[in-house]
Ligand binder design. Structure first.
Ligand SMILES: Cc1cc2nc3c(=O)[nH]c(=O)nc-3n(C[C@H](O)[C@H](O)[C@H](O)COP(=O)(O)OP(=O)(O)OC[C@H]3O[C@@H](n4cnc5c(N)ncnc54)[C@H](O)[C@@H]3O)c2cc1C
Length: 419
């Protein structure tokens, strides 16, 4: 097909949109002002949600999460650690909340099981403060390798990926998009496109504002995560209560990641956390997991959620579902993605592609990327690349798992150069 589609943003939503659009036969170009996965998708908490966290207050998002959790686990087992998750109560109020959580999870089809507390503590003596325990299918996902492999699948289908290329402005003419202007290596370029997909996440309002368009209803909500040295548990620990600050402790490589907070911010590019945020989170989780007080804080990091602004009073009550919005008067030639979770990025990409196909009156069955095939095809096609060759050479050595990250860097730098 000759229709040209620009996708702005190479986070989870942008790379899946690019993959499905390229699969449908469109001529796709992806732009990111940084590397692939350099936005919120590369700075999140690391959970492939079962949906249990949202089951009591956001059934739509919980349902999307459990469906996508199963689908992504099948598609990307190489990047997913099936740690499982526990909801644990630290006090009577949290124990009481367990009944509501159990019913809500069952209603949306999340497999939740109560584990007798004596049995749980026998198996997890370091978590002896727990009063009640329920197991859910939460998992851990390694973001960078996963997002790069989806981008690589799009590249193999012909998508042109331009990293370190900032879109400055979307150009319009007579009720549709005309193209865009972007800066790459200090030079400004103009390119024509038939459709532009704004997948810039929390930054989606900025690009529209610069183009003289109406802002998306995005509510940027910042969150901090604390990286602690060592693991408390091989499973994810959730507080048995409504979503709140410091309610998740997640094992990642040899560390634990504690998070998170939720503060609505004016500008997603200028947020920096306070030392008190970190102390508050450690104090709160220590009620349930006293051991974390003795775990050295290695570092912290933060990012901004692209939450939907409508109908919500604050960042905690805002929906975790997503919308694909069309700019008024532009006849679906400019689509902006708002909201969502890392867990639901595949679904966003699929719906974006369906929306674009509807616009052009075309129909095509969509197939998920085969990420194993993608990695093998890459290794074959680019076997002379020195980093790819070295990372293949680490197979069968003590560091095989870590070489996957090096390989993702190599793939990203090969495909990010554009054509
Ligand atoms: C603290 C926190 C913890 C979270 N934890 C989880 C979790 O455990 N599990 C889960 O499922 N979800 C989690 N989420 C939500 C999830 O991370 C986000 O919903 C998701 O990553 C958003 O993806 P995105 O593609 O929309 O945005 P992004 O990943 O931010 O991608 C947007 C991209 O656009 C690029 N960009 C911006 N402006 C321009 C421009 N002008 N030109 C070119 N490129 C541009 C950026 O560089 C960026 O790479 C968390 C979010 C936060 C904030």
């Amino acid at each position: 097909m000759s229709e040209k589609i620009a996708v702005i943003g190479a986070g989870i939503n942008g790379v899946f949109a690019a993959y499905y659009l390229a699969y449908s036969g469109y001529d796709v170009t992806v732009f990111d002002r940084g590397d692939i996965d350099s936005g919120t998708s590369g700075r999140f908490h690391g959970m492939l949600h079962s949906g249990a966290r949202y089951a009591t207050n956001d059934a739509v998002s919980a349902g999307e999460c459990i469906t996508e959790n199963r689908r992504i686990s099948g598609m990307a087992s190489r990047y997913v650690e099936d740690t499982g998750g526990f909801f644990l109560a630290a006090n009577d109020d949290e124990s009481d909340f367990g009944d509501k959580l159990y019913d809500a999870c069952r209603k949306v089809g999340i497999d939740i099981t109560e584990v007798p507390i004596e049995e749980f503590i026998r198996e997890n003596p370091q978590l002896s403060m727990a009063r009640r325990a329920m197991r859910v299918p939460d998992k851990v996902i390694r973001s960078y390798e996963f997002v790069v492999s989806v981008a690589a699948s799009a590249h193999l289908l012909g998508a042109d990926i331009k990293t370190f290329s900032e879109v400055k402005k979307i150009d319009l003419s007579d009720g549709s998009v005309a193209g865009l202007e972007y800066e790459r290596h200090g030079k400004i370029y103009k390119e024509k496109f038939d459709v532009v997909v704004n997948a810039t996440g929390p930054f989606s309002g900025k690009i529209l504002e610069r183009s003289g368009l109406r802002q998306t209803p995005v509510m940027p909500s910042a969150g901090v995560m604390v990286v602690l040295e060592g693991r408390v548990s091989t499973s994810i620990i959730n507080r048995m209560r409504e979503p709140s600050d410091a309610d998740i402790l997640l094992p990642y490589w040899n560390n634990s990641i504690l998070g998170t907070s939720a503060v609505v911010v004016e500008d997603p590019d200028s947020f920096s956390p306070e030392a008190e945020d970190i102390e508050m989170m450690i104090d709160d989780m220590a009620d349930l997991v006293p051991a974390i007080r003795k775990m050295p804080v290695k570092r912290f990091y933060y990012s901004v959620r692209p939450l939907i602004e409508e109908e919500s009073e604050d960042a905690r009550s805002a929906s975790r579902s997503f919308r694909i919005l069309s700019e008024e008067g532009l006849n679906d030639t400019l689509l902006s993605v708002v909201g969502g979770k890392f867990t639901t990025g595949r679904l966003v990409g699929e719906e974006v592609a369906q929306r674009v196909m509807r616009h052009f009156g075309t129909v095509s069955d969509l197939k998920d990327p085969d990420l194993e095939e993608t990695v093998q095809a890459f290794e074959k096609r680019y076997s002379s690349d020195p980093i790819i060759a070295r990372s293949i050479g680490r197979r069968g050595t003590i560091d095989e798992e870590y070489a996957g990250i090096a390989e993702a860097y190599a793939i990203s730098s090969i495909i990010g150069g554009g054509k």
